[in-house]
Design a protein around this ligand. Structure first.
Ligand SMILES: Cc1cc2nc3c(=O)[nH]c(=O)nc-3n(C[C@H](O)[C@H](O)[C@H](O)COP(=O)(O)O)c2cc1C
Length: 190
């Protein structure tokens, strides 16, 4: 797939096969995160790879899934992510780094998808619990959690009408409406 195809075909995955992921591949994802742009090139982000089964199950307990179709896309046992990347900000380096984190995270999601690894970017996290579970130093802020694994669902993107809420159809396929180009593109003037 060329880069445009990778970007267009990536969808958030919330059901995963239980095949393990190679640790080296997870490390490669941190390598592409490291290459992302950062404001003033001040780099406050650090990462925790979680692929030990006990820690994976503990991280799962801190996450909330797919609010618009709750609880239908809460991954059941046998469908849950097999690894996570926790994205941290060192607040002594930068107080607030959401934009830097977003750039790094998108690099990881796309690189993962180029290797047919599915992902879900999660911001709904019980951060206090997760700090404790992973023994994270208090100077770090948890920005996001990235759930990873081989996909066991095939969501579809479509042009949005009135609503941009994702929804499940009667075959349990997740539909992801995106605002069409005609609604968001302006050329030379507004
Ligand atoms: C900042 C951010 C936070 C998100 N947090 C969650 C979350 O906590 N739980 C979840 O299931 N999905 C979460 N998502 C995934 C979005 O729901 C998903 O990206 C959106 O529905 C569009 O689907 P797509 O990624 O397939 O284009 C988050 C995405 C972003 C960018």
């Amino acid at each position: 797939m060329d880069i445009f195809e990778i970007i267009k075909s990536r969808r958030t995955i919330r059901r995963f096969s239980q095949e393990k992921l190679d640790r080296n591949l997870l490390i490669d994802l941190i390598e592409v995160a490291r290459c992302a742009p950062a404001g003033a090139n001040i780099q406050s982000l650090e990462y925790i790879i979680v692929d030990d089964p006990l820690a994976v199950s503990q991280v799962f307990q801190t996450l909330a899934w797919a609010g618009h179709v709750k609880p239908k896309r809460n991954p059941e046992v046998g469908q849950r992510p097999v690894a996570y990347i926790i994205v941290l900000t060192d607040t002594e380096i930068k107080k607030e780094a959401h934009v830097d984190a977003a750039a790094a995270i998108e690099n990881m999601l796309l690189a993962a998808w180029s290797k047919e690894i599915g992902s879900c970017w999660l911001g709904s996290i019980d951060r206090i619990k997760l700090l404790d579970v992973l023994k994270i130093n208090e100077k770090y802020q948890i920005d996001s959690v990235i759930a990873l694994g081989k996909p066991a669902e095939t969501p579809v993107m479509e042009d949005a009408g009135e609503s941009t809420k994702y929804y499940l159809d009667d075959k349990d396929v997740l539909h992801v409406p995106k605002r069409p180009l005609s609604k968001i593109l302006h050329i030379n003037k507004f």
